[in-house]
Write a protein that binds this ligand. Structure first.
Ligand SMILES: Nc1ncnc2c1ncn2[C@@H]1O[C@H](COP(=O)(O)OP(=O)(O)O)[C@@H](O)[C@H]1O
Ligand SMILES: Cc1cn([C@H]2C[C@H](O)[C@@H](COP(=O)(O)OP(=O)(O)O)O2)c(=O)[nH]c1=O
Length: 193
């Protein structure tokens, strides 16, 4: 069972994953980019926002995804796997970056994932006020430095994309308190955890 936690920076994904993994140590927790040895090298390049070509950036995220699928997701399909980010970030950030076609992005991601999209997606949705508060106290990486309007555009693309794809999902109001969100997520994953 492959469960994907998605949402833009500071929406609270890592906080909720940590709460679940404390209560369920048997769960495999992983992340993109960087969940493999190759991925750690790719992550360094990607977070520095140093590639001139958005296509090169997209392909490096996809290479990280393919390696992560083969090395982490595929061998553990019989267990519960929670990934902090994955293909929905792949599509949402690429659409916000400009000249990419949704169907083409879906095909590229299907290729990287060997046809296996996650079984469930939990998408955190935040707002400008919360985003301002949480990013103001954080050291921002190259992608986060693209600005808050950019991040909210990514969020909109992620929301539209998951609705179009029809993968089972839960929308989480990221502005609620940590315990309330935890309850919504554990209710949704009741038969999974
Ligand atoms: N529901 C919440 N209410 C208030 N603060 C939160 C909430 N969830 C997370 N935070 C705080 O917001 C910041 C970003 O959270 P984090 O879980 O790291 O987000 P992400 O992994 O999505 O980037 C952290 O300082 C965290 O403590
Ligand atoms: C997986 C993925 C992430 N991203 C971006 C989203 C984030 O800004 C960054 C990864 O950051 P993340 O690991 O969430 O960083 P942090 O630990 O600071 O929360 O890469 C893409 O642009 N495309 C992708 O396919």
């Amino acid at each position: 069972m492959y469960v994907l936690f998605e949402g833009i920076d500071t929406c609270g994904k890592s906080t909720q994953i940590e709460l679940i993994s404390q209560k369920h140590p048997e769960i495999i927790v992983t992340h993109e980019p960087g969940g493999t040895a190759f991925g750690q090298k790719a992550r360094e390049i990607l977070l520095s926002d140093s590639l001139a070509s958005k296509r090169a950036e997209l392909l490096l995220f996809l290479a990280d995804r393919a390696e992560h699928y083969q090395e982490v997701i595929s061998p553990n399909q019989d267990k519960v796997i929670i990934s902090d980010r994955g293909f929905l970030s792949g599509i949402g950030y690429a659409l916000a970056n400009g000249d990419f076609d949704f169907d083409e992005l879906v095909s590229l991601n299907r290729f990287a994932l060997e046809g296996h999209f996650p079984d469930k997606v939990i998408l955190f949705l935040t707002d400008m006020k919360t985003l301002e508060e949480r990013t103001s106290v954080k050291c921002l990486d190259g992608i986060e430095l693209r600005g808050l309007e950019y991040l909210l555009k990514v969020q909109e693309h992620m929301k539209e994309s998951i609705l179009k794809l029809g993968i089972p999902h839960l929308f989480v109001d990221a502005t609620e308190d940590i315990e309330t969100i935890h309850t919504h997520i554990t209710d949704y994953l009741r038969n999974t955890l």
